[in-house]
Design a protein around this ligand. Sequence first.
Ligand SMILES: C[S@@+](CC[C@H](N)C(=O)[O-])C[C@H]1O[C@@H](n2cnc3c(N)ncnc32)[C@H](O)[C@@H]1O
Length: 216
Amino acid sequence: MPTMNPTLEYLIQKFNLDINTRPPIEVGQINRTIMTKTLGELGFRVGAEVGVAQGHHAKVICENNPQILLYAIDIWDLYPGYEEYSDRIRKYYQEAQERLALYNCKLVKKFSMAAVEDFADNSLDFVYIDGAHDYKNVAMDICEWSKKVKVGGIVFGHDYKRSRGKYRVDVKDVVPSFCYAKEVRPWFVLKNDIKDPLFGQDNPGWMFVRQETDRT
Ligand SMILES: C[S@@+](CC[C@H](N)C(=O)[O-])C[C@H]1O[C@@H](n2cnc3c(N)ncnc32)[C@H](O)[C@@H]1O
């Protein structure tokens, strides 16, 4: 019988999960701050956040985990097809620089698909994906960034939802199809059901642990 991935084992115990049910498996009693602390409990040392904006979530990762080197990746500029924050995205770069200056955090001002080329496969302990939320960008981010995470590392992201409003959110369509195609199981929805000190009532997230058996 194959031994269980220690990261998965830790998450199962910490969040009292039954992984023998059909994915997605819901992780309750969680918020984004609790999840960032979990990265430290797992002994993680290096990771990336894709889509940083003002740096609020990146700061939570850094301040809870001084041992972690975080690569904070964002284009911090307008580009065709991405309309969100169009009136303030350049200002956010300066804000993120100031907010993250004291931490072990390297800001990388590049498109996600350019930045990913700077990293070797299996070199990161985690990646947090929260860039553009349309189908193509989410799919590219999950496909390319998950290769950079080592076995036992965590790939996770924000806004596990579908929205056809002004700003399209296709995360809830991409994540299941990726996990199905790449034979990633189990995979999880982070309910973010505990009000977060910083983010308040939040959207759910998603997560999976890199394993030998997946085809990422
Ligand atoms: C939802 S915000 C990130 C919020 C941040 N993760 C937090 O929770 O504090 C999305 C960010 O993704 C960035 N972004 C969008 N498309 C991108 C791309 N293709 N490459 C790099 N960054 C991108 C935007 O500039 C924006 O700052």
